[in-house]
Write a protein that binds this ligand. Structure first.
Ligand code: PEP
Ligand code: MG
Length: 536
């Protein structure tokens, strides 16, 4: 939406606070856009060259990934070498179809065939085909099939951005994200908050520009700003910096407490690098590691790679607890080669633990790595998107068998404490039916499912209110069950990182919160002020 106060200023909604000033880069045009078709010969050559490029890229990825991921990638290479498949596409090109349309039509047909196969293994291969389809399409349309190249510190603008794209961008020199649509409750917004990257969503139509100022607090984007606009922006940024510095001073003080109870504050991480954030050292541990972000276009990391990652986190934590969540792929976190393609309602689909149980060959690799890591520190493992107790028991059995197998081979391994995310309303309502060493409330999904609002649909953002009485009721019930049964309960959804939600969460009976590391200081300050009788 255009802000009338300033000529090229646009106002949206805050998804992540902070300030960014830099080159303005649009990333959605081009790679996914239309291409101009050439002659029949040009189109046939374009197809051959895109297939060669894709084969080369996939072979490189397979060499890096190793193990089962390499097998998945080899399946893709074999398809690209299938002359029957290529001939069918060349025939369509010969009849005047552009290369990209011909490729898509033939691949879509194959995907549908695999999807309707009775054999589960063949069915599962349809997502590998979809991944291959998109890679070649991207190359044909000029995207190169590789990660986006964005100048450092840029204000990146897109219509919307999937989490995988966010992770491809190098944010080490800062920068910001401006989305024309998008939602503050989406996974990409969560990633931006976790990394301290300012992000504004729902900006509406925005023209091209060469430089930009993004104010995550005021939710504004200013394009090609005047000297005066830059001056005002810098003042606002300085005020923000000072208030953060004063909140950070509190981290060195004793633990937060409220009404005589000590409040444990842990952190959420996506990658080992998140632990480099200086505030992380003051946390009581890691309350949530979202391991699905280890999965990328480069494939599924093998057991040794995963073990090294988990071990690094445990070493960082020393004896502090580390809760690692098994892959929560699916929903708005599709993973080529793993998640099913073409689900009508992916948030209600084969996601989280459901997906892992459906793909035991992938799940087993993660469980083996976790079982080996468990002997190295204070590890807890939790399962996401749990609906019923029998899913947890199936996962526990798989895990226990893996531990036994490893131990039988003389490998140091053990079964860690197992817990569940409480994020499906059915789990919260039948909480006593779960055999679980701990519960961690996923308020992002709990709110989405209780309120029937897709968390990534910006049009519903005002309705996705985690303070809705229905959400708070389920949080209270879970906390009460935990207290009665002597089972620890924490909350790791984004509401724990929002100072406005803290009084309600403490009132619900929670005494353990896991927050984005960039919010740790502010949340500790908020609890301290509440504890000493002040407001937020
Ligand atoms: C949640 O749902 O609250 C949660 C912590 O998990 P995620 O945001 O990754 O779905
Ligand atoms: Mg969740």
């Amino acid at each position: 939406m255009r802000d009338s106060a300033s000529r090229l200023a646009y106002r949206g909604r805050t998804a992540s606070i902070g300030f960014a000033q830099g080159p303005f880069v649009r990333v959605d045009a081009g790679a996914n856009g239309e291409r101009v078709a050439g002659t029949l010969v040009d189109e046939a050559l374009a197809l051959r060259s895109a297939i060669d490029t894709a084969s080369r890229q996939i072979a490189e990825l397979a060499a890096i990934a190793g193990g089962e991921a390499a097998q998945i990638l080899e399946f893709q290479v074999a398809l690209l070498e299938d002359e029957d498949l290529v001939s069918a596409i060349l025939a369509a090109i010969g009849e005047g179809e552009p290369a990209d349309a011909a490729w898509r039509a033939v691949l879509d047909e194959q995907i549908a065939d695999y999807n309707s196969a009775p054999d589960e293994y063949l069915k599962a291969r349809s997502s590998d085909l979809a991944d291959l389809r998109d890679r070649v399409l991207n190359i044909l349309r000029g995207g190169g099939g590789h990660a986006l190249r964005i100048p450092s510190g840029a204000v990146v603008c897109a219509d919307d951005l999937p989490p995988s794209r966010f992770l491809e961008i190098d944010w080490s020199d800062g920068g910001g994200l401006a989305l024309l649509r998008g939602s503050p409750t989406s996974h990409v917004a969560m990633l931006a908050r976790a990394r301290g990257i300012p992000m504004v969503v729902q900006l509406g139509a925005v023209p091209a520009g060469s430089t930009a100022l993004l104010d995550g607090e005021g939710a504004t984007l200013e394009l090609d700003p005047s000297i005066e606009q830059i001056g005002l922006f810098e003042k606002r940024r300085e005020i923000h910096r000072k208030s953060r510095a004063s909140a950070r001073a509190i981290l060195r003080r004793p633990a937060a407490s409220w009404r005589g109870d000590r409040i444990k504050l842990l952190i959420n991480i996506q990658r080992v690098e998140d632990l480099d954030y200086p505030d992380a050292q003051y946390a009581d541990g890691v309350g949530l590691m979202r391991t699905e972000f280890l999965l990328s276009e480069r494939g599924l990391p093998d057991e040794e790679t995963q073990f090294q990652v988990y071990d690094q986190v445990l070493r960082w934590a020393e004896r502090r607890p580390v809760t690692i969540r098994t892959f929560d792929a699916g929903g708005d976190k599709p993973v080529p080669g793993f998640t099913p393609d073409g689900e009508a309602n992916p948030f209600l689909g084969v996601r989280g633990l459901r997906l892992c149980l459906a793909r035991p060959e992938i799940f087993a690799v993660q469980l083996r790595a976790l079982a080996r890591a468990a002997v190295r520190g204070n590890l807890k493992v939790m399962f996401p998107m749990v609906t019923s107790a029998h899913e947890v028991e199936a996962a526990r059995k798989l895990f226990a068998d893996i531990v036994q197998d490893l131990q039988g081979k003389g490998t140091a391994a053990m079964l860690p404490d197992l817990g569940i995310m409480v994020e499906v309303p059915a789990a919260a309502l039948s909480i006593a039916s779960f055999k679980s060493a701990f519960f961690s409330i996923g308020s992002n999904d709990l709110a989405q499912y209780v309120l029937a609002c897709d968390r990534s649909n910006g049009a519903l953002a005002p309705l996705v209110d985690p303070l809705h009485p229905a959400v708070l009721e389920l949080i209270t019930r879970t906390a009460e069950h935990g207290r009665r049964a002597g089972i620890p309960v924490s909350l790791c959804g984004d509401m724990a990182s929002d100072p406005r939600c803290i009084p309600a969460l403490l009132d619900c009976g929670l005494r353990e919160l896991s927050v984005n590391v960039s919010a740790l200081a502010q949340i500790k300050q908020t609890i301290d002020r509440l504890g000493s009788g002040g407001g937020t």
